[in-house]
Design a protein around this ligand. Sequence first.
Ligand code: PBG
Length: 325
Amino acid sequence: MTFPAHRPRRLRRSELIRRMVRETRLTTDGFIYPMFVCPGEKVRTEVSSMPGIHQQSADQIVEECREVESLGIPAIILFGLPTKKDERGSEASAATGTVQRAIAGIRKANLKLLVITDVCLCEYTSHGHCGVVEHGAILNDPTLELLAEEALSHARAGADIVAPSDMMDGRVAAIRRKLDDHGFADVAILAYAAKYCSGFYGPFRDAAQSAPQFGDRRSYQMDPANAREALKEVALDLEEGADMVMVKPALPYLDIIRAVRERFDVPVAAYNVSGEYAMVKAAARNGWIDEQRVTLEILTAIQRAGAGMILTYHAKDVARWLKTC
Ligand code: PBG
């Protein structure tokens, strides 16, 4: 008989004692705030499926970055919308591209922020796929050089960390080699290592205008049913020289975050993606859930699962809430 000697409720009696025995403390130290850069000037358009998130021109990005810095959020990740798309996504590596210009602006403003860039082609290609397309197939090896050039142009513009999200095999090695060959040995790679083919990216594709124009991404992004394969993907990216790895999405893949955390001794990031954000916003707007409570619960759960870094559209709200509670 363990009752009544064991009464776990003793440690839940007051907020003071609950705080003392709390295992996970949600902090903004590992937060990464995603931002969408579009061409033009003074442009700031809210993404309808992502309330509070905007497509904005480089000048506006710099303004929001000031706010992000003042909230104590350490990092942003930039996604670019080009002026025009083509078969090979050429604007991705243009020195005058939207992401490159935004980085320059942030650097000029001397903000204390880590600048991470998403390295992918889908926002820049006319077909919306993350690689070179020939006869309806997404080609792996010819894509690697384009991704490496894109990463190099981000490094030249002043990025601290590049984050390939395309899921082509061998891209981390190709990017690492290219960066090292051009004197950017200090630019780190955060690999979207276990990126699933997920329905939760829907709102992002509105924001980045990156929906595939034919077919889907099942031939390169991972099958949601697979967990062991995620460990293989992570192992390969680390072998190729990734400094940090990411699991994406976050909430439906907490088991993967936990497994990666336990197996590998590198920083693990999780991407709390657009669809996860949109669900919370939509339900809160209907008065069906308490937005603050649910958001804090979700982010605490992602951190508890083992993510030291979290990419989240909620970053600014959470930073404000944590300051006042
Ligand atoms: C680009 C990319 C995507 C996301 C991040 N980088 C979309 C996709 O793979 O289709 C999704 C992020 C989100 O949903 O918030 N490859």
